[in-house]
Design a protein around this ligand. Structure first.
Ligand SMILES: *Cc1c(COP(=O)(O)O)cnc(C)c1O
Length: 389
């Protein structure tokens, strides 16, 4: 599907589908239960944990946009990940996951593996030898995150799917950082796509949510069965808000990206900026893969501050248009210090191994006027430069 078609699905899903009053915007169904017309006549919906018209509409829209057969909407991204692990993996099954995956994902896989629910092996998927060794162990599922957080490492999804298929493994891609507007893993050979819709898909930093999209309709049914069984499905009101956010996703992603490219150009001129991590840079590892498999570079950008920790503290404190906060994908710009925030659970050694320097900063570039964002960064750099080294 082209960008425009994706925008059309997002904007028009469920529009004018109300048969009672012909409401243009589909109504929100908060009801938990539904009437049976007579004994033995099971209605389309009977109880909202198993199915809800508002939530199903969001699931269908996201499945359509990812090119999948079915989408199950969950109460957060983490529960979508947990749902897949629960539905797919038994005690003898091996899961291969990236060594630098999202912290919550790492904790979930690791803790459940420690309980004996399944086996997990964390590998650097950009290392062909390590990956081949892991695949030789015949995993049931390979977990992928690309671009990764916060260093934006790129994994070749199509190549990894080919290798995984040869090893008899299914592939799931966490597509949170790019959304279906900028990357469609199922078309590249993946079996499942997961999103934390908390990020770009809802896009307004006010709803937690997740979705698990299956390429295969039978697997989609199994996943929906498990979602009802373990009670992982999302709230209808959350689905309503997320569908409202989804309407503007295509335009927001382009706006986020345009702003991030303007900021990137500015950062490249700053003496206090060291290494910049962004897939648009020809020197960025995997740049050529990103050009091939992504329809844009997204709006996440990391850089090292070339100065002392005091200078870094001053820089972050003086910013007015970037809130110091975790998470990403909202309309407002955020700045995060991974070492003390999102990745603080990792030991210093583990951070070092993952290439996370204490001077690393991560930006989630929002939709403010780019000139205001740049002026804000400029004044914070100036104050930071005044700090005695
Ligand atoms: C936020 C995030 C998650 C977890 O989603 P929640 O909605 O917070 O549970 C998973 N993967 C990535 C890449 C994320 O950014």
């Amino acid at each position: 599907m082209s960008d425009k078609q994706l925008a059309t699905v997002a904007v028009r899903k469920g529009i004018e589908s109300d048969s009672q009053f012909n409401a243009v915007v589909p109504p929100l169904y908060l009801t938990t239960t539904y009437g049976f017309s007579q004994l033995g006549d099971v209605p389309t919906f009977d109880y909202s944990r198993s199915g809800n018209p508002t939530r199903n509409m969001l699931g269908e829209a996201l499945a359509e946009m990812e090119g999948g057969a079915a989408g199950v909407v969950t109460n957060c991204g983490t529960s979508a990940i947990n749902l897949l692990a629960t539905a797919l993996l038994g005690p003898d099954d091996l899961l291969i996951a990236p060594h630098d995956c999202y912290g919550g994902t790492y904790r979930l896989f690791n803790s459940r593996a420690e309980k004996g629910d399944f086996k997990v092996c964390f590998v650097d998927q950009t290392d062909p030898l390590a990956l081949a060794e892991a695949l030789a162990l015949r995993p049931k599922l390979v977990w992928v995150e690309t671009p990764s957080n916060p260093l934006l490492r790129i994994i070749d999804i199509a190549a990894l799917c080919r290798q995984s298929a040869e090893a008899g493994a299914l592939v799931a891609v966490d597509n949170t950082f790019l959304s279906p507007i900028l990357q469609q893993p199922l078309a590249l050979g993946a079996d499942f796509v997961v999103h934390s819709t908390t990020k770009y898909i809802n896009g307004h930093s006010d709803v937690l949510g997740g979705v698990l999209v299956s390429k295969d309709p039978e697997q989609g049914e199994q996943i929906a069965w498990w979602a009802n069984c373990i009670g992982a499905t999302g709230a209808p009101f959350d689905a309503y808000l997320t569908l409202r956010g989804l309407r503007t996703l295509a335009h927001r992603m382009r706006g986020h990206e345009e702003n991030s490219l303007a900021i990137l150009a500015f950062l490249q001129q700053q003496p206090l900026v060291g290494h910049i991590y962004h897939p648009s840079q020809p020197s960025h590892p995997g740049h050529d893969i990103a050009l091939r498999q992504q329809k844009g570079f997204g709006a996440m950008l990391s850089f090292e501050l070339a100065g002392s920790m005091e200078q870094l503290e001053t820089f972050v404190r003086e910013l007015r248009c970037f809130s110091l906060a975790e998470s990403l994908g909202g309309t407002e710009s955020l700045i995060c210090h991974p070492a003390s925030m999102t990745h603080r659970a990792m030991s210093d050694e583990a951070q070092q191994e993952a290439g996370l320097k204490p001077t690393l900063l991560r930006l989630s570039v929002g939709l403010e006027d780019p000139q205001d964002l740049i002026a804000d960064l400029a004044q914070a750099f100036a104050k930071s430069a005044e700090v005695a080294v």
